[in-house]
Each structure stands twice: as structure tokens, then as C-alpha cells.
Design a protein. Structure first.
Lengths: 309, 322
């Protein structure tokens, strides 16, 4: 499971970095004549690359589009026709390509979650290891605090911390602030396990051997005890990651995350929160499908093989 | 047992006090206060008068102590935003959240436990495989995604009303009409909240019962001539309940987090939305009151789950007694 989980996290990181390179259009580019245009279906004709039929506005009042099946257009990566954008996943209320926003949004949402996970794992590891190694009052203080954070419902803590900070901020600042808040609520999950492992391992023979050879506590921690936690760290990272993606989506959904022009899965879902819009334009739910896929992948990785038990 | 309960009670009180004080102080530190939005409409003198009226011009320590002395008498002050006692506001909204949470918990239990007993208690079959797949899928639908998907389905098909707790025109409904209306609004938020919980319960129950049916006493009961189903339900199931009941304590927290999201998506007028509105308006006392009641429910929920565990399993009782 550890290997699969590590691969999954790496694949997500690669996806979030590479996503904007694959996006057909810029995330902020709106086509004013194509508000809420439906997804265009690729057609396979013979052996060549699939083509799409351009959309024609059939009824401006109802905002209804029809595909003009007499004309063919290449996919957006292969060629462009001026004034005729291709929306493989439809367009949103500003006529922006949902597919492009989904890909740019992956950089924001998954990138933020990865960043926060890394922070939570690093801080959780050092806090837990220090508590486990030192013992005594340090252990008491750190672990009591971690326990206290753990019993609180995470989303409320995030909500309170975010809403007491200034609301209107540039996107980069929001990114760092929200990541910081996620680290603050995420590190106890890591620290608890690390502390337990370190407290159990610190008197084992190999640690004693290292100590008798003159290794200081720092070296023992980095070279001997933290490697012993690596399995736990990977598992925790796999569990924190989808949690953070969801937390970002929730924050942006209620308007406390990224401001609108920024493409993030949460800001995209905020539009789908409108009952009337979502019934008519179901493709605005695309980020929900992406989040579902990530959570599902996590569950498949994390679920133990029950048949062998 | 008594000392244990007393310690838990002390911890619960500490939790309520810490959480509500922390959220009050944090909100106070936040930029702006409840009068910020009126600042453009009022001249400075009127604004100062308004702040004095609300008591916002006093030093933080004085405000906090005044609030604290009320809070220990369970009087959480007046909401600055709604100009009504915080207790009344919270009472109304907490009831709505409780309706939602209890409905979701019942739904999750009713779906999750029987399916878990079924899927874990026999040889592989198509039905059991289907339950397992459905469960892993449901586990991957967090309340945010679930409520959006269900709202979409409801809005698309028109089977159920979307949004709110009752239809907006329902002012002078009779009691039974109101209840029927509520029953039509409840399924979507309750199901969105219940789905992942039901799946969690199903998975755990399935594993627990799979271990329990291998116990010798189940084989013995079969040897005495009990039918398969009866042996599972009457002998294996009670033993397998211990880890499942333990999960309820953990679930209270996710129920709380989930209900905030569901309340926002489906416009359910609950505690989560009230807290969110209070936070946005910098309504100090309402924020603190919401936090206090949330912490209270959290503590009460975990306490109740522990008590349930102690009732169901005598081993816990003897362990905890010092």
C-alpha cells in the first residue's frame, strides 16, 4: 500500500504541475457569445483524429445551442478556427472553457493541497518526533495540544481561522494563508502516529547502538527514527491530501477561499451551487467529478485487502 | 465509573469554555467589527454612539469578562447582528441541525448495519460484491459532492423540492402539513450527509461480522441446530458491535463538519449557516455562542457514544473504573 500511495501522490503532483500545459485555452478567457455552451462531442470519422461540430446559437433567449453537423473542426490542440472555440466540457457563465478551468483549477486546488500536506507532514513529523524523543513535559504539552485540535471538527476551525483574516487578498496571499491554516489543522494527524512510533523505537537496539557510537539526538532522529515512520507518513499524506482538496473546495464554495477569476475547483463549484443553473448546465459539476475520482482513488489505495485477513 | 464520568464532564466544560472564548477573542482580533458595514452610512459621531450602544468601545478585557460572567450563567448575550438573544437564535437553529444530524445518523445506521452484516457474513456472491462496490463508491462521495449531486438530481427531475427546510409559502400550515413538508425537504440533505457514514459503517460492520462468524460459539450454535441467519444475527452480530459502536463517537465530528457543508448547499437553516453568517458579520457574541453550542454537542455526542459502548460491552466498563 505504501508504494501505491506514494505513486498516487506523485502522479497527482505531476498532474497539477502539467495541467496548465494541457489546457486548450487560458483559464480567464471568456467567449462572450458562448455563455453556458454545452459540451461538444468528438466524432470519429475514419482513421483521422476526431473532429467536433461547431456550435450555433439557436435561441438567444433560452441560451440554446445546436451543433452544426455540416461543418467539422479539429480538436483545440490540433488547430483553431477563429471565433469558433471548442468546448469539450462545455462553457461556464462567463463563456470560459470548463476543461481549461478544470486543468488550471487542478494546479490551484491540488497544488494547494499538496503544499499543505507537505507542510503538515514536515511539521507533524518534527513535533511528534520531538515529543516522542524528549518525553516529559514537552511530550505532554505537544500531545495535549494535538489531541485538542484533533477533536474539533476540522472545517469549523478552518472557517474561523480564515474568516478572522482579511477577506479580500491577492490570490498568492490566499494560497499561502489557506495552506498555513491547513497545516495548522493537519499536523496533529501526523504527529500522533510519529510520536507513538518514535516513543516505541527510541530504546530499540539499533538506536542504542547509534547512541553508543556517539550520534547526537538530531542525527538519531533524521537517520534512524524518521525513516522508521516513513510508512505512517505516506499513509497520512494520502489521507490528508483529499481532505485538503475538499477543504479548499468548501472554503471557496462559501466565498472564503480564492476570489472568482482564479480557477480553483471550489470557485468553479460555487457556480454549480445555484439550483437553477446546475439543472440546466450539469457540466459545471465537472470539478465535483474530479474530486470524487481523487477520493475514490484514495479509498481504493487505503482500503485494506479484506479477503486476505 | 463515577470518577471517570466526572472527569469527562470537567473535560467537556473546559472544551466548551475554551472553544467559545477562543472564537470570541479571534473574532475580536479580526479586522473590522459589526458596525463596519454601517460606517459608510453614518457620520463618525453616530458611528461612535452606535459602537458605544453595543458596548464595542470598551476594552477587550472588560467585554470578555462581561461576556464570561453571563456565559457561566448560560446567558450568551445578545446578537449584534439580529438584535435578539443569542440563546433564542441558537435554540431555533440547533433544533434544525439536530433534525438533520439525527435523520442522517438514523439513515446511515439503517442502511449501513444490515448491509454490513449481509456482506460480511457469508461466502462471496454477486450480491455481496455489489454491496462492497456500492459501499466504496458511497465512501468517496463527501457531503459537499453528495449534496451538489443530489440537488442537481432533484432540480433536474423535480421529484423533491430543493433548498430550505420548508417551502417558503408555508406560513399558515397546520402542524401535520408542516411535518409533511419537512419530510419532503429532509431526504436530500440527510442522504448527502448519511451516504459516506453509511458506507463507513457498512465496511466496519462487514469486517467485524466476518471475524465474529469464525468464532467457535457461532459454530457451536450452528451445531445445536440454529439456522444460518439466526446464528449470525443472534450470536455473531452482538459480539461484532463493539468496534462499530466505537465508530459512532468518531462520527459525531464528521457529522458536524458535514452538516455545515450540507446546510450551505441546500440552504438548510441550521447552526452551521448561523455561525458562518455570524463570522462574516463579525457578530462576536453569536460566534461565541455558536462555538459554545457546537462544542457542547460535540462533547455530548462523544459522551453518549462512550456510554453506549459501556452499555453494550461490559469489558469497557471494567477497564474505565479506576
Amino acid at each position: 500500500m505504501t508504494r501505491r500511495a506514494a505513486l498516487f501522490v506523485l502522479a497527482l503532483a505531476a498532474l497539477s504541475l502539467a495541467a496548465p500545459l494541457m489546457a486548450p485555452y487560458d483559464a480567464g478567457l471568456g467567449f462572450r457569445d458562448f455563455l453556458h455552451a454545452p459540451p461538444m462531442r468528438p466524432h470519429f470519422q475514419g482513421v483521422g483524429a476526431p473532429v467536433v461540430h461547431p456550435l450555433v446559437l439557436a435561441d438567444r433567449l433560452e441560451q440554446r445551442f445546436e451543433a452544426d453537423s455540416t461543418r467539422n473542426m479539429p480538436l483545440p490542440w490540433l488547430g483553431r478556427v477563429a471565433g469558433q472555440p471548442v468546448f469539450l466540457l462545455g462553457a461556464d457563465n462567463f463563456g470560459r472553457d470548463v476543461l481549461s478551468r478544470l486543468l488550471y483549477g487542478a494546479r490551484t486546488s491540488v497544488g494547494l493541497a499538496l503544499f499543505a500536506t507537505l507542510g503538515a507532514v514536515v511539521i507533524g513529523t518534527f513535533a511528534g518526533a520531538w515529543a516522542g524523543l524528549r518525553g516529559g513535559w514537552v511530550d505532554d504539552v505537544i500531545m495535549r495540544f494535538a489531541d485538542f485540535v484533533l477533536i474539533l471538527p476540522v472545517i469549523y476551525v478552518v472557517l474561523v481561522l480564515r474568516s478572522v483574516l482579511p477577506l479580500v487578498l491577492p490570490p498568492a496571499t490566499v494560497f499561502l494563508l489557506v495552506a498555513g491554516i491547513f497545516v495548522a489543522v493537519g499536523w496533529p494527524f501526523v504527529a500522533k502516529g510519529v510520536r507513538a512510533i518514535v516513543a516505541a523505537e527510541r530504546d530499540r537496539e539499533y538506536v542504542q547502538a547509534a547512541r553508543s557510537l556517539g550520534a547526537g539526538p538530531g542525527r538519531i532522529l533524521v537517520h534512524h527514527l524518521i525513516p522508521a515512520c516513513s510508512g505512517h507518513l505516506v499513509v497520512q499524506a494520502t489521507l490528508l491530501l483529499p481532505g485538503f482538496i475538499l477543504a479548499e473546495a468548501t472554503l471557496s464554495f462559501v466565498g472564503l477561499g480564492f476570489p472568482d477569476p482564479v480557477a480553483s475547483w471550489g470557485t468553479m463549484l460555487a457556480e454549480a451551487g445555484n439550483y437553477n443553473a446546475v439543472a440546466r448546465f450539469p457540466w459545471t459539476l465537472a470539478p465535483a467529478v474530479a474530486i470524487f475520482a481523487i477520493v475514490l482513488a484514495t479509498n481504493l489505495i487505503a482500503s485494506p485487502d479484506e479477503d486476505r485477513s | 465509573m463515577g470518577r471517570y464520568l466526572l472527569r469527562r464532564l470537567g473535560f467537556a466544560l473546559l472544551l466548551v469554555l475554551t472553544v467559545s472564548s477562543a472564537s470570541l477573542l479571534l473574532t475580536h482580533l479580526a479586522p473590522g467589527d459589526v458596525t463596519t458595514e454601517q460606517a459608510l452610512l453614518l457620520d463618525p459621531a453616530a458611528l461612535a454612539r452606535r459602537r458605544a450602544e453595543l458596548g464595542l468601545d470598551r476594552p477587550l478585557a472588560v467585554q470578555y469578562l462581561a461576556w464570561l460572567s453571563g456565559a457561566v450563567r448560560l446567558d450568551f448575550g445578545r446578537s449584534l447582528l439580529y438584535a435578539r438573544p443569542v440563546n433564542t437564535l441558537i435554540g431555533e437553529r440547533a433544533l434544525n441541525t439536530a433534525v438533520l444530524a439525527i435523520a442522517a445518523l438514523v439513515l446511515a445506521t439503517v442502511i449501513g448495519l444490515p448491509l454490513g452484516v449481509y456482506s460480511g457474513s457469508g461466502a462471496r456472491s454477486l450480491g455481496r460484491a455489489a454491496v462492497r462496490v456500492a459501499s466504496i463508491l458511497a465512501l468517496s462521495v463527501p457531503p459537499l459532492i453528495g449534496s451538489l449531486a443530489l440537488v442537481f438530481l432533484a432540480a433536474r427531475t423535480g421529484w423533491l423540492p430543493v433548498g430550505g427546510m420548508t417551502s417558503s409559502g408555508g406560513v399558515d400550515l397546520t402542524w401535520s402539513q408542516w411535518l409533511a413538508d419537512l419530510a419532503r425537504h429532509l431526504p436530500i440533505p440527510a442522504l448527502a450527509l448519511a451516504l459516506p457514514l453509511a458506507a463507513t459503517l457498512e465496511r466496519l460492520q462487514s469486517q467485524a461480522i466476518a471475524r465474529a462468524v469464525r468464532e467457535p460459539f457461532v459454530t457451536a450454535s450452528r451445531a445445536r441446530g440454529l439456522g444460518r441467519a439466526e446464528a449470525v444475527v443472534r450470536h455473531a452480530w452482538p459480539v461484532s458491535l463493539r468496534p462499530v459502536l466505537g465508530l459512532y463517537g468518531v462520527m459525531i465530528g464528521s457529522l458536524f463538519s458535514g452538516s455545515f457543508v450540507v446546510e450551505v448547499v441546500t440552504s438548510w437553516p441550521g447552526l452551521g449557516r448561523l455561525m458562518y453568517d455570524a463570522l462574516k458579520a463579525r457578530d462576536l457574541y453569536l460566534v461565541a455562542g455558536c462555538a459554545a453550542s457546537g462544542a457542547f454537542f460535540l462533547a455530548a455526542g462523544t459522551w453518549f457514544a462512550d456510554a453506549l459502548l459501556a452499555v453494550a460491552d461490559p469489558r469497557v466498563r471494567s477497564q474505565e473504573a479506576p
